[in-house]
Design a protein around this ligand. Structure first.
Ligand SMILES: *Cc1c(COP(=O)(O)O)cnc(C)c1O
Length: 423
């Protein structure tokens, strides 16, 4: 889909900055993590200039631009380079039934499974592919255990570039099928996601492909940042009290925190910030562990395992950015069990959110714990993230016994079944 220039604004990208080193880099070339320390690079903008055109009124006139409505604070200079499949502008849906179950009447859900490719990975990949293509990249590679690989295959196809996705051999069929259907090259590795990462950087070296691994290039973060912009705008430029976010590499959480700082600098919000709650699986909870220990960096998790593939990130190079945001916001970190994740999916579905991903199930499971952990008060406005659709994952364990009837079942039997109480 082409983006009409009236749906967006002119980028005011000025330079890149080392997130830990503070070093300044030119934003005009394709670079990976900070050459000084291997930490993420952050895009910086001329927000004084952005403020002139990125206004409440101009935004209202850019309805059709999805996340590209925020063009002044996004990295792509030429709107013709934007690879747009409809990402962004997802609804923030009040979820009072779910809130009731959590004893928090003011819960809303950010419905990110409505993005192209069924997850919010679309935002990050759209920004990263668009900007890298603008800077001359014609081939991409990425290790992925699921949604990111599918999104890269789709956006790469839309941009007409070469894509290689490296996945563990036991990756779900829904994900491998998505990658292949979108015409990407698939490399399956008999190993873990960390092995895929190593092979991915070898492919990058051998084939001259640009590596889009999480936080190793600066622009996936910029796409995810639009989550924070939308939350502010949808709520009349007042942020919620609490944000519950299922955290893997942390792009979305770091991105929202960056978005809030930029919105304040743009004069669109005041200094009040939500308490940020990172949710992980007990099977892979490096951030929760580091938060509880009071460390600034997170030690990598050994033998990480969880059904929520987006949360299976044993170590993130953005660990300190996540932890800083949690602490500065007065928020917290919650680990939930694999059983609680399935129960969270069931609670989400039975309270009107549809069939959500295990990652979203983890967020819902954590939502149920906020009151007893003292992380939320009854009147707080709470936003919980549904980051992706459930249909892309292997089925959870059967939730109930379901009986199979003969096709010519008699009416008496139907009457009996229909009148039976719910299990
Ligand atoms: C990748 C992913 C996450 C984790 O996102 P980060 O921003 O990288 O922490 C959560 N949910 C789903 C569905 C994902 O695909």
């Amino acid at each position: 889909m082409d983006v009409d220039p009236s749906w967006t604004g002119r980028s005011t990208l000025s330079h890149l900055e080392g997130s830990l080193s503070g070093e300044r880099y030119d934003a005009g070339s394709l670079i990976g993590p900070d050459p000084v320390d291997g930490r993420p690079l952050l895009a910086r903008y001329d927000l004084d200039r952005a403020r002139e055109t990125l206004t409440v009124e101009s935004l209202a006139g850019r309805r059709r631009g999805g996340m590209w409505r925020w063009g002044e604070a996004l990295p792509v200079a030429d709107p013709a380079r934007i690879v747009f499949l409809g990402e962004g502008s997802t609804p923030l849906v009040p979820a009072s039934r779910l809130g009731g179950a959590a004893r928090l009447p003011n819960v809303s859900v950010k419905a990110e499974s409505l993005n192209p490719t069924g997850s919010f990975k679309a935002r990050g990949i759209a920004a990263a592919v668009s900007r890298a293509v603008e800077l001359g990249a014609r081939a991409f590679v990425m290790p992925s255990a699921g949604n990111a690989g599918g999104a890269l295959a789709a956006y790469g196809a839309a941009a007409g570039v070469d894509v290689t996705v490296v996945m563990p051999a036991d990756a779900p069929e829904a994900n491998t099928t998505e990658v292949l259907t979108c015409g990407a090259r698939l490399i399956l590795v008999d190993g873990l996601i960390s092995d895929c990462g190593r092979i991915s950087s070898q492919v990058a070296g051998a084939a001259g492909a640009f590596d889009l691994s999480t936080l190793r290039e600066p622009y996936r973060l910029e796409g995810k940042k639009t989550l924070g912009f939308e939350l502010a705008e949808d709520r009349g430029w007042r942020l919620p009290d609490v944000i519950v976010y299922p955290t893997g590499g942390g792009t979305g959480l770091i991105g929202m925190w960056k978005a809030f700082a930029e919105l304040e600098e743009l004069g669109l919000i005041d200094g009040r910030r939500p308490r940020m709650i990172a949710v992980q699986s007990e099977g892979c909870a490096p951030i929760v562990r580091a938060f509880e220990e009071g460390s600034r960096f997170a030690a990598p998790m050994e033998a990480a395992s969880t059904r929520a593939s987006g949360l299976r990130v044993p170590g993130s190079i953005g660990d300190f950015l996540i932890l800083d945001a949690l602490r500065q916001s007065g928020g917290g970190a919650v680990a939930v069990s694999e059983e609680a994740i399935v129960e969270g999916q069931r609670l989400a579905g039975s309270h009107g959110l549809g069939y959500v991903s295990p990652e979203s199930g983890a967020a819902v499971a954590a939502l149920m714990l906020l009151r007893e952990r003292g992380l939320a008060e009854p009147n707080d406005d709470v936003v919980v993230f549904d980051t992706g659709a459930g249909t892309k994952y292997p089925s959870p364990p059967r939730l109930a016994e379901v009986e199979v009837l003969e096709a010519d079942v008699d009416e008496e039997r139907i009457r009996l079944i229909s009148s039976r109480c719910d299990p």
